[in-house]
Design a protein around this ligand. Structure first.
Ligand SMILES: NC(=O)c1ccc[n+]([C@@H]2O[C@H](COP(=O)([O-])OP(=O)(O)OC[C@H]3O[C@@H](n4cnc5c(N)ncnc54)[C@H](O)[C@@H]3O)[C@@H](O)[C@H]2O)c1
Length: 306
């Protein structure tokens, strides 16, 4: 049941114009929405047009989206009634709570308030905001113009109408929305990703193999299949009896740490925070880092077209 678009239906707000917020702005502007980005850092506001233009070029689009993105330092009257506001501020609960409280007072009840949090429960972020039924999670992946999935997360307080409208807006923006029916930390994708990461760290920590070998095995075994066939489809294909027999042997031996593991804690404490620092689980130089990033972006963009 689509109605004639009013100006509000065509307007999106984004809170935080950093890595994700800038890209989310480009996605909506590229699909014809007018976008207002709230970003406190002057330098990031100043280079927003250039960043949006870069993404347009990477996507093979003309640069008309640049003119549809405006930036402001603080949320004000221009954000009173957009169709939706996507919050992409730093991953800190209290900051996000404050933002939602402010937006709850600023925006009419028809405006959907969405958070791009990676793992924080949506209900906790919206705890102090007015009209909680219009608060929803919209978990984009990085970079969101190449990895098109958006997890639309319904908390116990989110209305079904909010979920439906959010899914429709995401589809209109060219993204691929999926409905996450319960507000569990990490939603679907990050729960799966970090369950794998926990076991990967455990294998290195206990001396079964080094970090390069973990990643080599992933890329060259089940990882090669994952883009084509999901893990549950794979079980169905080979027969669930096999999965059952394997689980009887292996589950009791898999890592089930309830806290971050020692190897990870020690690396971070030693300043070995990853590619940007020159060392993390492995050693890195700048050329290797840029080469991997470039190759990944190209492959993801190509995969989307295929
Ligand atoms: N980077 C990723 O891969 C990724 C993927 C999915 C989701 N996320 C989530 O998206 C969110 C943003 O992540 P990011 O990587 O873009 O971070 P970022 O640090 O690049 O961007 C955050 C921006 O928010 C701005 N900001 C700070 N306080 C603000 C306020 N009060 N109001 C408005 N803006 C404010 C900062 O100046 C900064 O530019 C986080 O919740 C993160 O967990 C990140």
């Amino acid at each position: 049941m689509s109605m004639a678009a009013s100006p509000r239906d065509n307007q999106i707000g984004v809170i935080g114009g950093g890595r994700m917020g800038g890209a989310i702005a480009q996605i909506f502007a590229g699909a014809g929405f007018d976008v207002v980005v709230v970003e406190p850092a002057a330098a990031l506001r100043a280079d927003m047009p250039a960043r949006v233009a870069d993404i347009c070029r990477a996507r093979g689009m003309d640069e008309s989206a640049v003119a549809r993105v405006t930036t402001v330092e603080k949320a004000g009257g221009e954000l009173a009634s957009p169709a939706m506001i996507v919050e992409a501020a730093p991953e800190k609960l209290e900051l996000k709570r404050e933002i939602f409280e402010t937006l709850g007072n600023l925006c009419g009840p028809e405006t959907i308030l969405a958070t791009n949090t990676s793992v924080i429960p949506v209900a906790a972020i919206g705890a102090r905001a007015k009209h909680p039924e219009r608060i929803v999670g919209t978990h984009f992946w990085n970079p969101p113009y190449a990895v098109r999935l958006v997890e639309v997360v319904q908390s116990a307080r989110t209305s079904a109408a909010t979920v439906e409208k959010t899914m429709a807006l995401m589809a209109r923006a060219g993204q691929t929305p999926v409905h996450v029916k319960r507000d569990v930390p990490g939603f679907i994708g990050n729960r799966l990703q970090h369950a794998l990461k926990r076991e990967a760290i455990a294998l290195v920590q206990s001396g079964v193999c080094d970090a390069e070998t973990v990643d080599f095995v992933i890329r060259n075994s089940f990882g090669a299949r994952l883009g084509i066939m999901g893990t549950l489809e794979q079980s169905d294909l080979v027969g669930l009896n096999l999965t059952l027999d394997i689980h009887k042997v292996i589950l009791s031996d898999l890592d089930c740490s309830k806290e971050p593991q020692k190897l990870l804690v020690d690396l971070v404490a030693a300043g070995k925070t990853g590619a940007g620092a020159g060392e993390g689980f492995r050693k890195w130089n700048e050329a290797e880092r840029d080469e991997l990033r470039g190759r990944l972006d190209k492959a993801l963009l190509a995969a989307k077209k295929g």
